[in-house]
Design a protein around this ligand. Sequence first.
Ligand SMILES: Cc1cc2nc3c(=O)[nH]c(=O)nc-3n(C[C@H](O)[C@H](O)[C@H](O)COP(=O)(O)OP(=O)(O)OC[C@H]3O[C@@H](n4cnc5c(N)ncnc54)[C@H](O)[C@@H]3O)c2cc1C
Length: 510
Amino acid sequence: MTHHEPTQPADTPRPTGRSTAGRRAAVVGSGPNGLTAAAVLARAGWEVNVYERHSAPGGASASTDLLGPGTVVDLGAAGHSFGVASPVFRELELEKYGLTWLHPPVPMAHPLDGRPAAVLYPTMEQTVAGLGRDGAAWARLHAPLVQDIDAHLENILGPSLVRLPPNLLSMARFGVRALWPASAVGRAVFREEPARALFAGSSMHAILPPSHVFTAAFGLIFGALGMTRGWPVAQGGSGAITDALAAVLSAHGGRIHLDHEVTDLRELGGADAILLDLTPRQLLALEGADLTDRYAAHMRRWRYGTGVSKVDYLLDGPIPWTDPRVAGAGTVHVGGSLAELQHAEREATAGRMPDRPFVMVCQQQAGDPSRATGPAAGKTVVWTYAHVPGGYDAPVEHLIADQIERFAPGFRDRIVHRVATTPSALEAWNPNVIGGDVAGGSMGGLQQVLRPAPVLSPHRTGTPGLYMASSSTPPGGGVHGMAGLHAARAALADAARDRTRTRTHREDRP
Ligand SMILES: Cc1cc2nc3c(=O)[nH]c(=O)nc-3n(C[C@H](O)[C@H](O)[C@H](O)COP(=O)(O)OP(=O)(O)OC[C@H]3O[C@@H](n4cnc5c(N)ncnc54)[C@H](O)[C@@H]3O)c2cc1C
């Protein structure tokens, strides 16, 4: 087992010694939620130990030189509209700990066949101007969110979507738009394909067909975030978010134990609170969790969703998009019209690999030149994934390349090197990514609002001192740390009320 020792910035506050609160927490998993939970508890004076099975921290917020010396490749998350907007990342002052958000000139673009791409610009005015006849309708649909984005973020990123939201009026305004399928909203509100596709493309972050209820929520949120907070990348790779979180934790005396897979919670003896950055299937596999029969039954009912299959490319220049504006976009939604997106996602959800899958492309270098330097200088690193049926391990590289080539003829000629990562390989790297599901469980049906179980306090497991902190809990997937914050707050509240029974298990220790 090794320890992770992040470098400290000179002005970093040093730990004040043994926990003033006298409490101890163990966190299983060092993804953004696990590290956020750990940092929040350490800052509150708890003694915190994080256990991570991998040799590096960060879960799906990590980067390496996968494509060779001088390259920086995001192994999981790439674009950070939620990261830059995250209240807890702001509260933890990650920028003081080395994190820099870099904004590409265009947050997101959606190329189309035989016509200019639809483009989400950094402001509503620019976006509206680019959407022609649908500009006014775009403005009407998004204005309530754009004008009041903080209130909406507070509602959406809260600890439970079934509680009374803090900003009731904003939630009501959001709800009347968000409840609908994105396809229905797109067709009802817009007259032309560009606005329909632009909206539906953002809704694909639900990883559900846009004909599902509630998918309009994703279209609205991602569009509004892009036009207000932007859709940045992390300078030097998404691993920089992890490094900053680890630095906050270390500054408050917390420790990360790498190469330490937890299989039995009794080995964490003495912790007042155990916070699990795991999905329900992994919780069920743990020994010593003492789950109630009822909670275990909820965990067994948990459904995992559509997967992703990833391909990272090294090119000898930028992607030759037909519409040159797409080259300035950090995130590109590749899949064509609304009808095509709907068909592709329906097929993937039904377990059939579509010929023309929905492909997410991230061009980090549009904002961050440090992604290809030294021996890789002059090259372009491109991150892509296709939505595929959960666990679909057959090659999809040719389908991804076909989709990009469709809107960027000559793309294939620029490929110098590529690395494909199947759903199984993603899961072997990070067991939370079950079958390639990047959201810790399907966002379909009731799982969108009742994560991970139909209970009032979703970060408590019903077992005293045991908390769920992962993206399987509200507010769901994405690198924002908010699930970790809510789990930590539940532990702090229980400790303050002295309800937490000490989980000693001392008698079980060798
Ligand atoms: C390919 C991919 C692309 C993505 N793209 C984006 C994106 O562009 N933008 C975005 O915001 N989000 C994106 N996401 C989603 C985002 O990365 C996740 O929602 C987020 O990382 C979830 O954080 P987490 O802390 O809940 O879990 P994870 O990040 O999954 O971390 C879980 C950690 O727990 C560890 N672990 C598991 N079991 C054990 C055990 N028994 N003992 C010890 N440690 C254990 C794992 O090794 C891992 O480090 C993407 C995810 C993937 C996989």
